[in-house]
Design a protein around this ligand. Structure first.
Ligand SMILES: *Cc1c(COP(=O)(O)O)cnc(C)c1O
Length: 406
């Protein structure tokens, strides 16, 4: 099956009563026939549901579809993208361990990496795709490599295959945040990533009606007791060691489960991911080209433009588009605010991946807590506006930007 067919049918269990969507199991706990059955579920000897903080059929339905789209062996859906990222990394890390991460990251992730320093986990930032610097950052405490497919809001594109090869040559896994590309543009696992994280609050949901995140395990990484002692007894599950430990460990015990209702809404959004991404990527390319051609004093950053430093990597990695986010630098912070205030179609808010066009001034919002060095690495400037392009008719968007900029 091709992608749009798979969005509707792959990993879908047709419901016994003929429902075309999975029922919302808005139930916190699940009855068992016998005391033995419940004991069996608790000791992982029997399949089944006991408590929604651990698993729930509506959430499983969403997880199974993402597992298929990302090409993994299992997924865990979480209360937010940040919860999914926290789980993905803390599942294998302990005090004294180190992360090597691209310095071009979503502001929230930089904040998270600062928070977990209190638990003795250090992050070594490297310039994305700077292979010499990345190679030099490894030491015996390095336990994981991390990057975003398309850095938000820097819009640099990670050469995932190369980064995976380097991580594997040092015996550590690669975790990729695929939020900005989505499985529609890029399958990180096919390109060597071991764990993929998506903030499904964004393109997967599509209409910004719920916060959620999901992580998917490729099942490819060979976990060892020596290098990853926190996996403990779960090592015996082989390819399922990582995901089994997650579900019985931090995911359950920190209480990062998704609401069944939000899982249901994500399932609806997922059906149109391909249609929306097509339109949004096309709109973004047209808007970026028009801005670049019409306003020589404005710097336009978009991986689909030949002027982007990352255009070549993007062209070779993505087959269906270059993403739907672009940034513009308009000269000063005052002008950035003025342009944003004059726009009538886009919403002014700190989100991406909505059907509607959104604008934000990253320096005063999502990157507010970043140091000057972190801002530079993340490609955030005082005069920069980030635009998350929606599915509106492009003529209307162009006209709105024309009036605001003039
Ligand atoms: C939004 C976002 C996150 C965080 O996701 P939430 O669902 O808001 O917690 C992580 N990474 C990237 C790239 C994002 O855009």
């Amino acid at each position: 099956m091709k992608f749009n067919t798979r969005l509707l049918h792959d990993g879908v269990n047709r419901e016994t009563n003929g429902a075309t969507l999975p029922p919302i199991y808005q139930s916190s706990a699940f009855n068992q026939e016998t005391a033995e059955d419940l004991a069996g579920i608790f000791s992982n000897k029997k399949m089944g549901y006991c408590y929604t903080r651990v698993a729930n059929p509506t959430i499983t339905a969403f997880e199974n579809r993402i597992t298929k789209l990302e090409g993994g062996i299992a997924s865990v859906a979480c209360s937010s993208g940040m919860a999914a990222l926290s789980n993905a990394l803390l599942n294998i890390l302990q005090a004294g361990d180190e992360i090597i991460s691209s310095a071009s990251l979503y502001g929230g992730t930089i904040d998270l990496f600062r928070d977990i320093e209190a638990f003795g986990i250090k992050t070594n930032y490297v310039r994305n795709n700077d292979w010499k610097e990345i190679e030099a950052a490894f030491n015996e405490r390095t336990k994981v490599v991390f990057a975003e497919t398309i850095g938000n809001p820097c819009l640099d594109v990670t050469d995932v295959r190369k980064l995976a090869d380097i991580a594997h040559s040092h015996g550590v896994p690669l975790v990729i945040d695929n939020t900005t590309a989505t499985p529609y543009l890029f399958r990180a696992i096919e390109n060597g990533a071991d764990i993929v994280v998506n903030s499904s609050s964004k393109y997967i949901n599509g209409s910004s009606n719920s916060i959620s995140g999901i992580l998917t395990d490729s099942g490819h990484f060979k976990w060892t007791k020596e290098k990853y002692p926190v996996l403990g007894e779960y090592i015996k599950y082989g390819p399922f060691a990582y995901i089994s430990k997650m579900r019985s460990g931090l995911y359950r015990n920190m209480g990062t489960c998704l609401s069944p209702f939000n899982a249901f809404l994500n399932g609806i959004g997922l059906e149109t991911l391909g249609l929306r991404m097509d339109k949004q990527c096309n709109n973004a390319l047209k808007l970026a080209k028009w801005l670049e051609d019409s306003y020589p004093d404005i710097t336009v950053n978009y991986p689909g433009l030949e002027s982007s430093k990352w255009h070549e990597i993007a062209r070779s990695q993505f087959d269906k588009g270059y993403g739907a986010i672009l940034t513009i630098r308009v000269g000063t912070k005052e002008r950035a605010f003025e342009v944003m205030n004059k726009l009538t179609i886009p919403y002014i808010l700190s989100n991406i991946g909505d059907t509607k066009t959104l604008v934000v001034h990253p320096a005063s919002t999502i990157s507010l807590h970043s140091t000057p060095e972190e801002l530079e690495n993340a490609g955030v400037y005082e005069d920069m506006i980030r635009i998350s392009v929606g599915i509106e008719d492009i003529e209307d968007l162009v006209e709105d930007f024309r009036l605001a900029l003039n």
